[in-house]
Write a protein that binds this ligand. Structure first.
Ligand code: TMP
Length: 250
């Protein structure tokens, strides 16, 4: 499977074609971006760590019945994935108030402070549109603009909540609190009989989760980059090690 045509290059990953039309290669880059790429750096080793961690998490979710795009890990940078048409909606699930939710509601009469445990998980939707800074949208925008049908959106929401329960347990087992995370879903180019029309795509890694050490509160995710805390690779390496993964970095 030699290197083939690059179909797409995103902020942290690139997608390549393979000789099989409905299968693609997802390549994990070392680029770190934040604030819609206004902040950018190359962090050596990040791509390998995210590849390993995301492969581990997606595989575990698959074993628990979540349908996803991952076929297999090819090497320390690449995964073979099923080709999907990505639904242009970022699905965020929050267990603890942090990040943009706190910023957006700062000063509100209801107290929504960083670190407040939410009564129940909150699911939010953001339109994937860099030029508009990924604006928050409602379920009615999604169905009203035909991004997904009512049934599909119900499936996405329930699947996101099921993934949240699985991830919370998976991270609790390694002493980590899952604060929030972002998911993307897609429609497989080659549907499989009996499978949902929409499956989990993209990645699940410390790049798109907020992960706090249960004992110390230490930040183990991309907020280390966003907030200039340093130590991103050590934090991601710690997550990998706790999962029992060995990622050798130069
Ligand atoms: P937020 O608090 O900035 O809205 O982020 C919520 C979660 O979603 C957090 O774990 C980071 C993740 N996320 C992404 O993975 N990609 C994005 O573009 C954004 C805005 C958030």
């Amino acid at each position: 499977m030699d290197h083939r045509e690059k179909l797409y290059e995103g902020k942290a990953k690139a997608i390549f074609a393979t000789d099989t039309p409905d299968e693609l290669i997802q390549y994990f880059k070392d680029d770190a971006t934040a604030y819609n790429a206004q902040k950018h750096d190359i962090i050596s080793g990040k791509g390998k760590l995210n590849n390993a961690i995301s492969h581990h998490i997606m595989s575990k979710l698959g074993e628990s019945g979540i349908h996803h795009h991952l076929i297999r890990q090819i090497n320390d940078r690449e995964q073979l994935i099923r080709k999907c048409k990505i639904i242009p909606v970022e699905v965020v699930v929050r267990n603890i108030a942090a990040g943009s939710m706190v910023g957006r509601l700062a000063g509100a009469h209801i107290p929504i402070n960083q670190g407040t445990c939410l009564k129940t998980p909150i699911v939010e939707y953001y339109l994937k549109e860099d030029a508009l800074n990924d604006p928050i949208i409602t379920a009615e925008h999604i169905t009203g603009f035909d991004l997904a049908s009512e049934d599909e959106l119900t499936y996405i929401r329930l699947t996101a909540l099921a993934i949240n329960r699985l991830l919370m347990d998976m991270f609790a087992d390694i002493g980590i609190v899952l604060v929030d995370f972002k998911l993307e879903f897609g429609r497989p180019a080659k549907p499989v009989a009996g499978e949902p029309a929409i499956i989990l795509a993209d990645e699940i890694s410390p790049d798109n989760c907020r992960l706090w050490d249960k004992a110390t509160g230490d930040i183990k995710d991309k907020d280390r980059f966003r907030k200039d805390l340093g130590g991103l690779v050590d934090a991601y390496q710690d997550i990998a090690t706790r999962f029992g993964l060995t990622v050798s970095l130069p």
